[in-house]
Design a protein around this ligand. Structure first.
Ligand SMILES: [Zn+2]
Length: 542
């Protein structure tokens, strides 16, 4: 299955280059030969990419409950000779897989998120809303694909490292509960990445992409505020009750007034996770869950501290108490390594976008029509290498706790083209392509880029040093990392326990069975692609 012809080419090239001063040329020629070879090796592993992508899609696990995913992926890696550690950094569903050769230096980590989105269960390859299990969780972002990118890249590079005697360590890790921004600051705090030279993160997208410098992502704190009052009969003796829900609603209202006076980059949102039990019992407890986002640590803390004061004020107004304020997730705004991003981008250009079939394009067009957009299919050109964004001009946006990693070691995020343009994000629509040839080909292309970048880092003799020079001399020259989490905060591993307890057994019959089916579309009996001839908005307009 793995090709070995390229090694002969590399050795011949080496022998030809013996003149003094040609060491760099020899290194380049050897690296180039191995790169050609690894591209063929990864290409031959398309089936493995497809199976991993389909399997994780079918698990559809939410943050902190990624146990099937853990079992399956660590099984593959253990069999391939990696040393597995489970329950890393106090998170039962977290894990690392480590393999070293020779001196073990440099240490390159490969990470990608694995968690899903509530209520986003969706039949893949169907260009409109049709759940596998209505209301069940699913991969409505595409986090089912990144581990296939990393693992297939790592296994092939490992094979070359063994054969060629290349020194280094591969450390594979999962972004647990990324949707709750729940894990990466804890990985950092607990030393999971100690000794790592470069962290190659990867995230699903509709196109290839990589950036360096200050990213446009927002920093974030996620926190739950719990109020405590006194229960009473809501009709017989309401004057004896003190409603925790009243406090919660006043706090939320205060935040809505504050919203007028926040900067354009600010994003905040909340859900009520406990609003009492039933109307005729004055709520004794109530809990509201906020996300506060701004461009940097200081501005996020300003929001968080203002919210804490509002909570105290709301408690005073209602005769209740602030029972608990719990930080349960956090993220720094990311800053990515210039040397590693440049190496990655050169590899993106070398690999290029997958060849999309007419069926792939028809699915994308179908969904875009369904969502009321002009059909624009799938990307045909890779974008530019993006440089730093200017926080003072930020209009806000999402967050990713890879930011915390990026402030502790040279890091980049490789975006690979396994999704399609048009979805609103965190939605069933974003799950549609994620177990189809679009995701399979896009993830395979991502694995090729990741494998090439690994070879650069292990062999070119300059990118790792340049990455640390950039990290020390430029990135962290003026900014110091202060974690949002304290030394005693614990990961919120109880999150989503109840939802997965409700759904897991119902989802189990739909787990991908590669012994019986070639792919998940076949298992579900879905004709690819299935799209409406007209969007539903027209059909409904009669
Ligand atoms: Zn994500």
């Amino acid at each position: 299955m793995r090709l070995t012809s390229g090694s002969a080419v590399a050795l011949t090239t080496l022998a030809a280059l013996t003149s003094p001063g040609s060491i760099q040329a020899q290194t380049d020629a050897r690296l180039d030969g191995l790169k050609d070879e690894v591209l063929e090796m990864v290409e031959a592993d398309g089936k493995m990419v497809q199976e991993i992508v389909d399997m994780l899609f079918s698990f559809g696990e939410l943050g902190f409950q990624e146990f099937e995913t853990q079992r399956y992926l660590t099984g593959i890696l253990e069999e391939a000779g990696f040393e597995i550690e489970l329950g890393v950094a106090g998170m039962p569903s977290a894990w690392t897989a480590r393999w070293s050769n020779g001196t073990g230096e440099p240490v390159i980590a490969l990470g990608s998120d694995v968690d899903g989105i509530p209520q986003s269960s969706q039949k893949p390859g169907v260009g409109y809303r049709e759940a596998i299990l209505p209301m069940a969780p699913g991969h409505g972002e595409g986090h089912n694909s990144g581990q296939a990118v990393n693992i297939v890249a790592a296994l092939n590079v490992k094979e070359l490292m063994e054969r060629e005697g290349i020194n280094g360590t591969l450390l594979i890790w999962p972004g647990i509960a990324e949707e709750q921004l729940g894990s990466k600051a804890f990985f950092v705090r607990d030393g999971t990445f100690d000794g790592v030279d470069v962290n190659l993160f990867t995230h699903v997208s509709a196109n290839f992409g990589v950036s360096w410098g200050q990213s446009g992502s927002n920093a974030l704190v996620s926190a739950q505020f719990r109020f405590r009052g006194e229960t009473a009969h809501s009709a017989v003796s309401p004057w004896r009750g003190r409603s925790a829900l009243d406090a919660l609603m006043l706090m939320a209202q205060a935040w809505e007034f504050k919203r007028e006076h926040l900067r354009p980059a600010e994003r905040s949102h909340y859900v009520i996770v406990d609003g009492g039990d039933q109307p005729n019992v004055v709520p004794q407890t109530a809990t509201i869950w906020f996300y506060f986002r701004e461009v940097d640590y200081a501005l996020v803390m300003e929001s968080y501290n203002a919210a804490k004061q509002m909570a105290e004020g709301a408690a005073l107004m209602t005769g209740t108490q602030v029972d608990t304020i719990m930080t349960i997730g956090s993220a720094w705004s990311a800053h990515f390594s210039k040397p590693v991003a440049e190496a990655t981008y050169a590899n993106i250009q070398r690999v290029g976008l997958p060849e999309w079939s007419q069926d792939d394009i028809a699915l994308a067009n179908g969904l875009q029509l369904e969502l009321g957009q002009d059909p624009r299919g799938l990307p045909t050109e890779v974008g530019d290498l993006r440089g730093p964004s200017d926080p003072s001009r930020s209009l806000g946006g999402g967050s990713d706790d890879i930011g915390d990693v990026s402030w502790n070691m040279p890091t980049v995020t490789l975006n690979y083209p396994a999704n399609m343009p048009g979805g609103p994000g965190h939605n069933w629509a974003n799950g549609i392509p994620m177990a189809t040839p679009i995701a399979h080909k896009g993830s395979l292309a991502g694995a090729k880029v990741q494998a090439l970048t690994l070879l650069d880092l292990f062999l070119d003799g300059e990118t790792v040093d340049a990455a640390w020079a950039y990290f020390n001399d430029e990135q962290t020259a003026e900014t110091r990392y202060t974690p949002f989490i304290s030394s005693t905060d614990q990961p919120a591993i109880w999150l989503n326990e109840d939802i997965m307890a409700q759904w897991r057994e119902k989802m189990r019959p739909y787990y991908f069975d590669p012994d019986r089916y070639d792919n998940y579309l076949e298992q579900l009996g879905i004709e690819y692609p299935t799209v409406r001839s007209r969007p539903i908005s027209e059909e409904d307009s009669s």
